[in-house]
Design a protein around this ligand. Structure first.
Ligand code: GLO
Ligand code: MG
Length: 345
């Protein structure tokens, strides 16, 4: 039986300008057309888009202008053999979303957030995808007492229901993250995301997107988070990357901090036959600030190469020997087997 190949995706923000909280941009903005060219050259098929990546200045446009621009974008993508994986409403950069969107204390801001998310559904439909990614970036607090966590869950649920109500085929993949930009996020883990999905108007249309670094920031093992989502039939996307412990969200090259952890994630994806679901392997990785503009795609090439090497490592893993170790409860021998395999012995 032929093995289904993996499909890879990337977002324009992964070709960033090298700015960090301590310094301004060090590389010129990559024009959108060049982002697409780079994606094609690197062998990516899917493009992940924020609503305003797909339709710049969408707040200034009428509904029909938005749809027309999104349709034009669909044409641009398909001319290059690319397809839109998802649309994510970018609520956290707009001034109305300064206190969060769905959980803002100002009712006018909450209304804005829901309306903008509904527009993201229109954009997604015009681009030919049903998938909306919800990263609830500022849905949380820096001052714990500033919001009511009980009300916040209800408000996020209301937003989920509004998005599902915007189109009968719209599906949402929630991308949890425990902190950054806020101190405490209301949707920190896959368990929280799935619990919210289970309570919404149509649980069949809510799943998750797992980012490796976000799981690590929550003190969790990304491969276990993936396993939990797979068991529920809800793993609809991944943002593979890496993270060196509990610090700022690093978005390192996949496998760069913990190669064994990356192997374990690929192991779960392989066992789940993830490729056959048609869902994408997305990378949410950043080029280092030290990279020159002409070498600022290497992080993507490396992440993809590491992923494919790890697929081979999973497929060539000595499963029978591992089963014998497990049967004998000789986990030290299993440890050795895994390490030797990863070392290439
Ligand atoms: C930031 C997130 C962010 C999202 C993207 C799609 O930490 O990982 O990059 O993945 O905005 O919603
Ligand atoms: Mg991400």
């Amino acid at each position: 039986m032929a093995v289904t190949p993996y499909r890879f995706s990337v977002g324009p923000w992964n070709l960033g300008r090298g700015a960090d909280p301590f310094g301004p941009p060090v590389r010129p903005q990559v024009a959108f057309a060049d982002v697409l060219k780079a994606a094609v050259k690197l062998g990516f098929e899917g493009i992940q888009l924020h609503d305003d990546d797909a339709v710049p200045d969408l707040e200034k446009l009428t509904h029909s202008q938005i749809v027309r621009e999104a349709e034009a974008m669909r044409g641009t993508l398909s001319d290059l053999g690319l397809t839109a994986e998802f649309v994510a409403p970018r609520l956290w950069e707009h001034e109305s979303g300064v206190d969060g969107g769905y959980t803002a204390n100002d009712p006018a801001a909450r209304k804005w957030a829901i309306e903008r998310s509904k527009r993201a559904v229109d954009i997604a439909q015009a681009l030919g995808t049903d998938l909306i990614v919800m990263w609830p970036a500022r849905e949380g607090t820096n001052v714990r007492e500033s919001k009511n966590p009980v009300e916040a869950s209800g408000q996020i649920l209301e937003a989920i229901n509004a998005i599902l109500g915007a189109h009968p085929k719209a599906r949402i993949a929630i991308e949890p993250k425990p902190n950054e930009p806020v101190d405490h996020a209301f949707v920190p883990t896959i368990g929280h995301a799935l619990a919210l999905g289970a309570r919404c108007a149509d649980p069949s249309r809510v799943g998750v997107l797992i980012e490796s670094a976000h799981a690590i920031l929550a003190g969790l093992d990304p491969s276990d988070e993936m396993g939990f989502a797979v068991a529920a039939g809800k793993l609809w996307g991944v943002h593979l990357n890496d993270q060196n412990g509990l610090k700022f969200d690093q978005d390192k090259v996949f496998g760069a901090a913990n190669l064994r952890g990356a192997f374990d994630q690929v192991r779960v994806l392989e066992a789940a036959n993830y490729a056959a679901t048609g869902c994408f392997i997305g990378f949410d990785v950043k080029a280092q600030r030290t990279q020159s503009a002409d070498a600022a795609t290497a992080h993507l090439a490396t992440s993809k190469a590491v992923f494919l090497r790890l697929v081979e490592k999973v497929r060539s893993f000595p499963h029978t020997a591992a089963q014998q170790c497990i049967k004998a409860r000789d986990y030290e021998a299993l440890e050795r087997l895994v390490l030797e395999h990863l070392l290439g012995g």
